[in-house]
Design a protein around this ligand. Structure first.
Ligand code: NAP
Length: 267
């Protein structure tokens, strides 16, 4: 039996990268999908490619009015939600002027990153919980980052927002448990997953190849991850297979967080 048979799932930032991979895998596992993004052309293309079980809607996760509109539509057309994947996120490198280091950070840029990465997830949890009250087994999956678990000097807003997502996930998990809602909430912490989010950091041509090689050398498993690697983790947390799992953080990072570069070496 497909692992998400009968589940109604909303995925944010589903037009490309990790969100798209989650949408495709969830569809293959029998879910009814509401895909959302701000890139409407690409988002609609992904939904069309998936087929009749996928609907695309415009949803800027940082705008509460967008969430209210999406929520009314979902209530009317589906009557409930079983899964929300709060996946949309930005580094701020392309979308804001920066800088993003602790000494010189630009406050507007800092706020913009938090609006999307943190406010967007908080709103996704808020409207998700409201729509999940009629579900028997509901799951909220928040996409944080390995950067939410360690400091990133050049990307402080990104790291701070992702750390807050990790913590908010646990508050949501405990709140839902206290209220006896059948809603679980967990976070996923990807690291070095090869998607377009890296484009501005990788450069072009030979420089791009060299940067990918350098990043891969810093991953214990020796390569960057695929979006599907994260999608399989989201599938587990979305399905009833994880019915006893709430408030956890799941690292999908090729082993980056398993150790430290200051570890003693026999070489
Ligand atoms: P991606 O390829 O850049 O995809 C992100 C998608 O989110 C894009 O379609 C983007 O649209 C959309 N988006 C941006 N702002 C939005 C908003 N306000 N509302 C709704 N959608 C919005 O990134 P990805 O690598 O798949 O990342 C997905 C998630 O994983 C993010 O939360 C990211 O922080 C996290 N993550 C990724 C990695 C990695 O190595 N790739 C590592 C750790 C965590 P536009 O194209 O129009 O901007």
């Amino acid at each position: 039996m497909p692992r998400l048979e009968g589940k109604i799932a909303l995925i944010t930032g589903a037009a490309r990268g990790i969100g798209q991979a989650i949408a495709e895998l969830f569809s293959a596992e029998g879910a009814q999908l509401i895909l959302s993004d701000i890139n409407d052309e690409l988002g609609q293309e992904v939904a069309d490619k998936i087929g009749a079980n996928a609907k695309y809607i415009h949803l800027d996760v940082s705008q509460e009015s967008d969430w209210q509109r999406a929520s009314m539509l979902i209530e009317k057309e589906y009557g409930r939600l079983d899964v929300v994947v709060n996946n949309a996120g930005i580094t701020g490198f392309l979308e804001t002027q920066g800088p993003h280091d602790p000494e010189n950070l630009d406050l507007d840029s800092w706020h913009k990153v938090h609006e999307i990465n943190l406010d967007g997830v908080a709103l996704g949890c808020k409207y998700g919980i409201q729509l999940m009250k009629n579900s028997n087994h509901a799951s909220i999956v928040n996409i944080s980052s390995r950067s939410g678990l360690v400091g990133i000097p050049a990307a402080t807003a990104y790291a701070s927002s992702k750390a807050a997502v990790r913590n908010h996930t646990k508050s949501v998990a405990l709140y839902c448990a206290e209220k006896s809602y059948a809603i679980r909430c967990n976070s996923i912490h990807p690291g070095a997953i090869f998607t377009p989010i890296w484009d501005t950091m990788l450069g072009e041509g030979e420089q791009r190849e060299a940067t990918i090689k350098a990043i891969s050398a810093g991953v214990p498993l020796g390569v960057m991850g695929d979006p599907e690697d994260v999608a399989y983790a989201a599938l587990y947390l979305a399905s009833n297979e994880s019915k006893y799992v709430t408030g956890i953080e799941l690292n999908i990072d090729g082993g980056i967080l398993a150790g430290s570069t200051a570890a003693p070496s026999s070489k």
